[in-house]
Design a protein around this ligand. Structure first.
Ligand SMILES: Nc1ncnc2c1ncn2[C@@H]1O[C@H](COP(=O)(O)OP(=O)(O)OP(=O)(O)O)[C@@H](O)[C@H]1O
Ligand SMILES: [Mg+2]
Length: 367
């Protein structure tokens, strides 16, 4: 049934993947009765949130497992396509930083997707939503989320076969488990990239503020579009600024345009979320901002791969931690501060200049 609907709506027949492969993964086909019971008939009190695709409900299965059930809003061809892509793709990938699919139900007019329930909501709730005032995301948690989401994306780009471009990387699609580990969610817009194909041209989908210019303008989609969105997300994690803000007079400014003058002046403190109250490692901050700016370069050729980003992020966050320990052991080593990461400082200096000079950004637009 699902396979049939996926075949009907797939834009590109090369995207077809074998359902039998999915059997390697522990997802199941639920009955409607079970999901109705789990969510108390999709009671409003069970509703976690609502997106463009439909509403998400908390539930508990008869086995006592907490689940999140996404219920498709309307049975349009477009929605059914998104449902099929989401289930097909999530059903075949497993990674610690990707939201796990538990199963689905497809029958009549009802399309339901069942995920692992994530008790700490999405990143957007913490950065701009209901939990923003609680300030649960301190600097180490933010860096851990940045590394985790980068690893999830790197897996999609470089390890999944065929490679997967997510196309909707944003704060509401990064969900946090009980340990605040990042899980990348929402694969409804994802594209499978056959071997040897560098980019595809498609209808533009995604969210304003996160769209790479070449994708927004010409529908040119490649892994580097996700890298761009990740750069925006990284700046958002650091600053808690929204990707797009409306200035007085109705002019829109994106987060890169906002951050760029501070980067050029070397005023990195100004980019950090004021709610952190200065509790961050300034060297890490500087490095991570530079990585974000590299990712959000207007020219896709200047953007790093997600593998590179993971390496840089781990290096930036990890090395400093090591050095802090060393400093604890022998306070006199403070003077050697730059020695350990000479290579990364070199890359920063060189790349930051390259990146800020070349950053000819164009207005992004939607669909
Ligand atoms: N597995 C889950 N566990 C807990 N909360 C979840 C889960 N999946 C989604 N949510 C929450 O449900 C809400 C709605 O998610 P949904 O993906 O439908 O919309 P969105 O991401 O806000 O917007 P869009 O439709 O543009 O993706 C989000 O706030 C998200 O935090
Ligand atoms: Mg979402």
């Amino acid at each position: 049934m699902l396979w049939k609907c996926f075949r009907c709506f797939a834009e590109d027949p090369q995207q077809e993947i074998s359902v039998s492969k999915c059997r390697d993964y522990p997802w199941e086909i639920y009955s409607l009765k079970e999901l109705l019971h789990a969510t108390n008939n999709f009671h409003n009190d069970n509703k976690i949130g609502e997106g463009g695709f439909g509403s998400v409900y908390w539930g508990r299965t008869t086995k006592g497992v907490e689940i999140a059930v996404k219920r498709l809003k309307a049975m349009t061809a477009k929605a059914e396509m998104e449902f099929a892509v989401e289930v097909e793709i999530l059903g075949r990938v497993r990674h610690k930083n990707l939201l796990g699919l538990r199963g689905f139900y497809a029958g009549g007019d009802e399309r339901l997707i069942v995920y692992d329930f994530m008790p700490n909501h999405s990143l957007i709730t913490h950065l701009h939503g209901q939990l923003a005032a609680d300030c649960l995301l301190d600097w180490p948690r933010r860096m851990n989320i940045a590394v985790g989401s980068a690893e999830g994306l790197a897996y999609l780009h470089h390890e999944a076969n065929p490679h997967i471009i997510h196309r909707d990387i944003k704060a509401s699609n990064v969900i946090l488990d009980s340990e605040f580990q990042a899980k990348v969610a929402d694969f409804g817009f994802a594209k499978l990239i056959p071997d040897g194909v560098s980019h595809l041209t498609t209808r533009v989908k995604g969210t304003l503020g996160y769209l790479a210019p070449e994708y927004a303008m010409w529908g040119k989609v490649s892994e580097s579009c996700d890298v761009y969105s990740f750069g925006i997300l990284l700046l958002e994690i650091i600053s808690a600024k929204k990707p797009l803000e409306k200035l007085p007079g109705g002019i829109k400014r994106d987060i890169v345009q906002w951050a760029k003058p501070y980067v050029q002046k070397g005023d990195f403190e100004h980019i950090a979320d004021p709610r952190l109250k200065g509790k961050y490692d300034i060297i890490q901050l500087r490095k991570v901002v530079v990585i974000a700016m590299r990712c959000a370069d207007g020219n896709p050729e200047n953007r790093p791969s997600m593998l590179q980003v993971v390496e840089w992020l781990k290096d930036s966050v990890g090395r400093r931690t090591k050095r802090v320990q060393l400093v604890k052991d022998a306070a006199s080593e403070e003077d050697d501060d730059d020695e350990g990461d000479g290579d990364i400082t070199d890359y920063e200096g060189a790349e930051m200049e390259k990146s800020t000079k070349r950053m000819v950004r164009k207005e992004t637009r939607m669909r």
